[in-house]
Design a protein around this ligand. Structure first.
Ligand code: ADP
Ligand code: MG
Length: 596
């Protein structure tokens, strides 16, 4: 192992200090963990262990096998604006280390009881320093292998006002877990483990393979259900990434892990660029998941814009975003899809079904029913053939309470039901409809009925999913999901929610946990109860793609009009029903005034 060359810690000059983005470095346990792990990475560590107690509020310990701090520099390491990473006269323009302000240790020491023990390779003993709120400095020696351990006890014990803003330990633990995941995915070559209250939460092995790293954080589906992007952003830098295929898209943006030059970042514009690449592949309420590494020339990224270094500024932000969108889009379109049959092989009973063409029909189109049998040269390669599955005739829905009578014709892609009304056409999103119903039921009763599984299913949960479960056990149980630890990352799902004869897929519990972990999504309804109900409804509803019997849809529609006659959108605001009156169709086909 070769450790990075190290310069002595020195105080920054006043001009540089003035240019440093001011603000609170230590917001919560997760920010302490982030700073300490970044220090370990800067010190060339190959393995870092993070242990927390009480969500990190009671205790945080970060231990590494990096280059250590010489004993004579321990005092100055805890001083503000003292760093070994910026040489005298180095500007803030070309920063290639994660730290550079010399503020983290000082800020953390200021609001906690801090203990730092470190051994450099040339010494046989480790030297330590301990402080309480930066005072009562004590020095000591003890045994330790080469590297550094920083222990932070009683965060904010001397600033009760700030302590008050912390959340419950379970929630803080969730944020720590997320920070650790993010750091690992930015630096998968450094092994990282997280232990909370004596239990192992995450064990991320060192790897050079980004896909392997993504599997450890995002789940096993990433092994087969992902595609890679690895290309130049012409004239701007490079992108390397592993992204989940569209059907893995999540209910929130938090499962997209971005980094620039090894630095974990949050960036709306980059996240949006990645998402824009998925347009037409995922609904507007879903977000791509995956890992994206950007390499941008150092002098084109300003890392000194945010006190916790969470955000950066790009010199040519919109060009970078655009290049990312193009690169990801290309990768998405050209990635072979393992789940999809090769072009030209129809799925299901295509020849008997009527098809919805998404482009103009071929000039030599034969009689109805035959196009699926001949090669459709005019269809762009990526366009999926969609069709109305032929369904046994469905009893029409009688008109009632302001709803027109509906005759269902069939279902498109096991998602949109198509029907006629006396005045035109109607399209119904079966997922949105059933989601709305579950939402109403949950709000009314506070819980869903459960169905015990005769064959409990064992599923793996990621670190943040497990943490979400710890934090929201009650809500998860009220939703009808019963899960129990089954060793390691395995959990057993023993019951699932059931509603009107339909039961949720056991795997839906993972989607629910994910969403609870994230807490927010842009289209959420107000209020915590409503939000939880909406998430639960969304993940237990009849899914897009779940085949359902027409009778069941009839039941759903009936109940929908009965319970919430005026409601035309799911709890997340997506429409449930689209009516296309005959007059609109006539307009569209330029028939106005022409007659039938
Ligand atoms: P910065 O990382 O911005 O330099 P910090 O306050 O985080 O500021 O750390 C101050 C200095 O202490 C660092 O520049 C580094 O020299 C030293 N240091 C901190 N943590 C470690 C560590 N885990 N291993 C080696 N040196 C460290
Ligand atoms: Mg630092």
């Amino acid at each position: 192992m070769s450790l990075p060359e190290r310069r002595p810690i020195h105080r920054l000059d006043p001009t540089t200090i003035q240019r440093i983005a001011a603000g609170e470095v230590v917001e919560r346990p997760a920010s302490v963990v982030k700073e300490l792990v970044e220090n370990a990475i800067d010190a060339g560590a190959t393995a870092v262990s993070v242990r927390i107690q009480g969500g990190g509020i009671r205790r945080i310990e970060v231990a590494d096998d990096g280059s250590g701090i010489p004993p004579e520099e321990l005092d100055v390491a805890l001083e503000r604006h003292a760093t070994s990473k910026l040489g005298p006269g180095d500007g803030l323009e070309r920063i290639d280390t994660l730290g550079f302000r010399g503020e983290a240790l000082a800020s953390i020491a200021h609001v906690s009881r801090l203990r730092l023990v470190s051994r450099t390779p040339d010494r046989s003993e480790a030297a330590g320093i301990a402080t309480a709120a930066s005072r009562d400095v004590q020095r000591f020696e003890e045994g330790r292998s080469v590297g550094t351990t920083v222990e932070v006890v009683d965060l904010f014990f001397n600033t009760p006002a700030r302590r008050k803003f912390l959340h419950a330990p379970a929630v803080e633990q969730l944020e720590v877990a997320r920070a650790v995941e993010h750091l690992y995915l930015a630096h998968p070559s450094v092994a990282l483990r997280l232990e909370s209250d004596g239990r192992e939460i995450a064990e991320f092995p060192a790897t050079r393979d980004l896909r392997e790293a993504s599997v450890h954080v995002l789940g096993r589906e990433m092994l087969e259900q992902s595609f890679t992007v690895d290309t130049e952003l012409p004239g701007l830098g490079r992108i390397e990434g592993v992204l989940g295929r569209p059907h893995l898209a999540a209910g929130n943006a938090r499962r997209l892990y971005l980094s620039v030059n090894g630095r974990t970042i949050e960036s709306r514009s980059i996240a949006q660029a990645v998402r824009a690449a998925f347009v037409q592949y995922i609904p507007r309420t879903r977000f791509p998941i995956g890992v994206v590494h950007l390499e941008i020339p150092l002098d084109h990224v300003d890392v000194n814009v945010h006190p916790t270094k969470r955000e950066v500024r790009f010199a040519r932000e919109s060009e970078v975003a655009d290049a990312i969108r193009v690169a990801v889009r290309r990768a998405l379109i050209s990635a072979p899809d393992p789940a999809r049959p090769p072009e030209g092989v129809p799925r299901g009973r295509a020849a008997e079904s009527r098809s919805f063409a998404s482009g103009p029909p071929p000039k030599d189109s034969g009689p109805e029913g035959s196009p699926a049998a001949r090669p459709r040269r005019w269809a762009p390669a990526a366009v999926v053939q969609r069709r109305l599955s032929d369904m046994p005739p469905v009893p029409g829905l009688e008109a009632r309470r302001g709803r027109p009578a509906i005759a269902l014709l069939g279902v498109l892609d096991a998602l949109y039901w198509v029907g006629t009304t006396p005045t035109g056409l109607v399209l119904i999103d079966q997922h949105a409809a059933s989601e709305r119903l579950l939402f109403e039921a949950l709000l009314a009763d506070g819980r869903l009925a459960r169905q015990i599984l005769v064959d409990p299913l064992t599923i793996p949960l990621t670190a943040s999913e497990r943490a979400a479960w710890e934090a929201h056990r009650g809500a998860v149980r009220n939703a009808g999901f019963e899960i129990e630890p089954f060793g390691g990352d395995r959990f057993r799902v023993t019951s699932v929610p059931a509603y009107r004869g339909h039961r949720a897929r056991p795997e839906a519990v993972r989607e629910l946990l994910d969403e609870l972990a994230a807490g927010t999504r842009p289209t959420n309804p107000d209020g915590i109860v409503e939000r939880v109900a909406a998430s639960i409804a969304c993940h237990t509803a009849i899914r897009a793609g779940d085949p359902i019997a027409p009778e069941e849809l009839v039941r759903v529609l009936d109940a929908l009009y009965e319970k919430a006659p005026a409601v035309y959108s799911c709890p997340h605001g997506r429409p449930i029903l689209l009516e296309l009156p005959r007059s609109r169709l006539d307009q569209w086909f330029l028939r106005t005034g022409v007659g039938p």
